[in-house]
Design a protein around this ligand. Sequence first.
Ligand code: G3H
Ligand code: 13P
Ligand code: ZN
Length: 332
Amino acid sequence: MVSYKELGLVNTREMFAKAIKGGYAIPAFNFNNMEQLQAIIKAAAETKSPVILQVSKGARNYANQTLLRYMAQGAVEYAKELGWEKPQIVLHLDHGDSFELCKSCVDFGFSSVMIDASSLPYEENIALTKKVVEYAHKYDVTVEAELGVLAGVEDEVSSAVSHYTKPEEVVDFATRSGCDSLAISIGTSHGAYKFTPEQCTRDPKTGKLVPPPLAFDVLDAVMEQLPGFPIVLHGSSSVPQEYVDMINSLGGKLPDAIGIPEEQLRKAAKSAVCKINIDSDSRLAFTAAVRKVLTEKPGEFDPRKYCGLARDFMEDLYKHKIIDVLGSDGKA
Ligand code: G3H
Ligand code: 13P
Ligand code: ZN
């Protein structure tokens, strides 16, 4: 058993309370490798932003759980080396799908876990979430739950359509499960294809696809039911056109990739939405950089050259999200 406190990490409780009060959101960036972690920590340290390092089940399998824990511990020390005296860093399990996985993460030094039982029937979602909460809270680890289903793929949970969260269920769910924060479904979805072209309209001036707006009425109704309760948005990548264009012009194939417009995320960040999840944008930045280096210099075979540019692209992306979208700079 390793306590996250020994690793210099923090849980989300105080961080979320401050974010709601201050009208900003904490960035939750997924990481799978050293370059992503370096870029996240550098961006957070240089902007003095609290940050959530997210690890999915897939990332844990990819990178190895022991290595990840030491990487997170190293991240805290790296942040201090960069001049961030009291780093506000959370290590969070993203989309945990069982009690055993959540328990293992608590035991391995995570400071926050998500139990995603949103695909289960309502009562089973409550029961499983409660079981995770009872275990995690013994160690002061905070728990995110999910109610409603996002379109797209949530690890093993697959759904072709999205089922918005029902505001009339949130008080009962939060009270009986004891969760610390709640991920809701208001029209975001995972990946780089959040909407089909048929779901979008076209801007007559640019000819570009314009996605439908998020269901802010559902968010408002949830906030009315649960005043001041921390709300989480998954699937919040914006799928920057510059990266998509770069990838496509360098031999990639991402037709009609489309994300959530940043102005909608800016609006959400000012509300009780206090955690915004971004993974796909970082994958796009990484891929664009690797394609650029390998296309421009076909003879290059030093991974530090293409992973180095990928790291620069991701750092710029994370800083942009922190400063221009979530407003979390200067809050840690
Ligand atoms: O919500 C899912 C995250 O983007 C993690 O994706 O399961 O492929 O690591 P992954
Ligand atoms: P994106 O695919 O939009 O980046 O969402 C990531 C996410 O929700 C991780 O849990
Ligand atoms: Zn997610």
